[in-house]
Every structure is written in structure tokens, then in C-alpha cells.
Design a protein around this ligand. Structure first.
Ligand SMILES: [Fe+2]
Length: 297
């Protein structure tokens, strides 16, 4: 049936008339996607019944979101993150076998080419913040250690900024490092306790959060990408469960299984072996990787 056979556009048949025009689409997947998007969008408009003014406000919001984007700033990703869409796409694409560590968002601050460091290295290059030692094992789902797993770690400093946000203030590659496990699957390194930080909130997404009565903060976390031959790459974080924003991450990245214990430790002898000045924080967290093709639970 041709589109005109469905009749002229009316409020009642709007979806059929619009999607009917796509019957010669060159890409079946695109046709399917646009059918769903059109249906849901029309549904929203019919439920909301926006005034012309409100509709124009929406158009201008998206316009400003696009205008905010450049080589360093991706406002649409922030929009996707703050609406929970990024986490939903991550969840759909990372259904893991039971026992495997869960993933979360990559975030915008990963930098390729961080230096590979010996186990135990201190990734804090500017001596600021509260000392922290962090370690654990990289395991398969049967509990066996994984040799030659490569961990790429990065975190914000104790003021809540990544090195790339403070070029010229923080040393390059501050609080970043790449580590490779030995036969025992163990990793450990020294760092500083991370702090919560706001996502960039000086653009339209920040305004949206403000109007919705939402804060822009992400609870303190460390980022990990963990790769090993024969295993699925894990992109994840661990979080500080005592962070004030742990239950209200602006981008919905927190999962129960990603809460690590940050233990405050007073032990002068151990502090000395780590070259720490006094009390320090201690974190122990294992990661479990799924084999490529391992059945999802
Ligand atoms: Fe982050």
C-alpha cells in the first residue's frame, strides 16, 4: 500500500502515515529503528500535548546541545548519560555470565597511551591527596587467576579533576597507569583517595539538571579497563560506598557489585614500606572476567 492510501496526515493515524513513507528504505535496520522512534515520539507528543512555545523550547534545547559540542566536549553524550540511556545501552551489550564482574560507563576521560608501570607503582605524580594502596586479583569465573591481564586505570585527584582537565596544573598522566598481572593474577598500585566530581555542567545539560532539581555529581570512583587474551574486555569502575553521592550518581553508573571497601588504616610500619607519610586508605577488590563466548547467566 502506498503512503497516500493510508490517508492524509491526521492526529489519529500520524504514526502509520509517517512510517509508511519508509517502505522503500535501503536499510532494514534503519527502517525498524525509525518505526520505533517515530511511534514513541508521537506517543510522547500525544501524551504531553505541548504548546507551540514548549515545542520550540525543546528544539532550542537540542540546538544548544549541538552547539556546545566540539573536539573536547560532547554534550549529547552527557545528555545520554544523564537520561540513563548510556547505562541502558551498556547493560544490554554487557550481559555477563553469573560471577563475572559488571561493567559500567567508560566516561569521557580515558586517555590512550598511559605508561605501563611495575606492580606497586604510585600513579600519583604530584603528592597531593590522601595516600591509598589498592589491589586485588584478576580471576576467571571458576576462580582461577588470569596471567597477563592488562589493567588500564585512571582516576580524578582529590579535588575531583582528571589530569586532562587541568593541563599545566597536574603533570601529564597523573593518576593513570597500565599494569600487567603475573601468574598469580594479582595487581596492586598506590594512588590517592579519589573524590566526587561534577560532570561538566556549564551547558544545556547542566541547566536541565538544575531545572529538574538534580545535582551534577558522580560519586568517587576509579576507572578500569581490563583486557586478557581469550576474555571479554571489562570496562568498569569501583566506587567508594561512603561517598555522599553514592545513591545519586548523575549518570547512573553505580551498581551494588562495584562498591569497594575503602578502609582507613593506621599502621606506621606498613606506611613506611609504601613510602606514605602517615595514615592511608586501603582497597582490596577482585575482578572476574568472562571468557569470550562463555554462556551468559
Ligand atoms: Fe570518572
Amino acid at each position: 500500500m502506498d503512503a497516500h492510501e493510508k490517508g492524509f496526515f491526521t492526529e489519529e493515524n500520524s504514526v502509520e502515515v509517517v512510517t509508511g513513507r519508509n517502505k522503500n528504505a535501503k536499510d532494514e535496520r534503519l527502517k525498524q529503528i525509525m518505526e520505533v522512534v517515530t511511534r514513541k515520539l508521537h506517543e510522547a507528543v500525544k501524551e504531553i500535548e505541548p504548546t507551540q512555545e514548549e515545542w520550540f523550547q525543546a528544539v532550542m534545547f537540542l540546538t544548544r546541545t549541538g552547539q556546545m559540542c566540539n573536539e573536547w566536549r560532547q554534550e549529547f553524550i552527557l545528555l545520554s548519560d544523564t537520561l540513563g540511556v548510556s547505562m541502558l545501552v551498556d547493560a544490554i551489550n554487557n550481559r555477563k555470565p553469573s560471577g563475572a564482574s559488571e561493567s559500567t560507563v567508560l566516561g569521557p576521560f580515558h586517555v590512550k597511551g598511559a605508561p605501563e608501570l611495575p606492580m606497586g607503582a604510585n600513579i600519583c605524580l604530584d603528592q597531593k591527596g590522601e595516600d591509598m594502596v589498592i589491589g586485588g586479583r584478576i580471576l576467571d569465573t571458576t576462580g582461577q587467576p588470569i596471567k597477563d591481564a592488562v589493567l588500564d586505570v585512571w582516576q580524578a585527584n582529590d579535588e575531583g579533576f582528571y589530569d586532562v582537565q587541568q593541563q599545566g596544573i597536574q603533570p601529564d598522566f597523573n593518576l593513570r597507569g597500565v599494569f600487567r598481572t603475573g601468574a598469580d593474577g594479582r595487581y596492586w598500585f598506590r594512588a590517592v583517595k579519589p573524590k566526587y566530581y561534577p560532570i561538566p555542567n556549564d551547558g544545556p545539560v547542566g541547566q536541565m539538571l538544575d531545572h529538574l532539581g538534580r545535582h551534577p555529581n558522580r560519586p568517587a570512583h576509579l576507572h578500569y579497563i581490563i583486557k586478557a587474551d581469550g576474555f571479554e574486555t571489562l570496562i568498569t569502575h569501583i566506587f567508594d560506598p561512603d561517598d555522599p553521592y553514592i545513591n545519586s550518581d548523575a549518570v547512573f553508573g553505580v551498581k551494588e557489585s562495584l562498591l569497594a571497601k575503602f578502609r582507613h588504616t593506621r599502621d606506621p610500619d606498613r606506611a613506611r614500606t609504601y613510602e606514605f607519610d602517615g595514615d592511608f586508605w586501603e582497597v582490596e577488590h577482585d575482578f572476574v572476567l568472562a571468557r569470550v563466548g562463555e554462556k551468559r547467566g
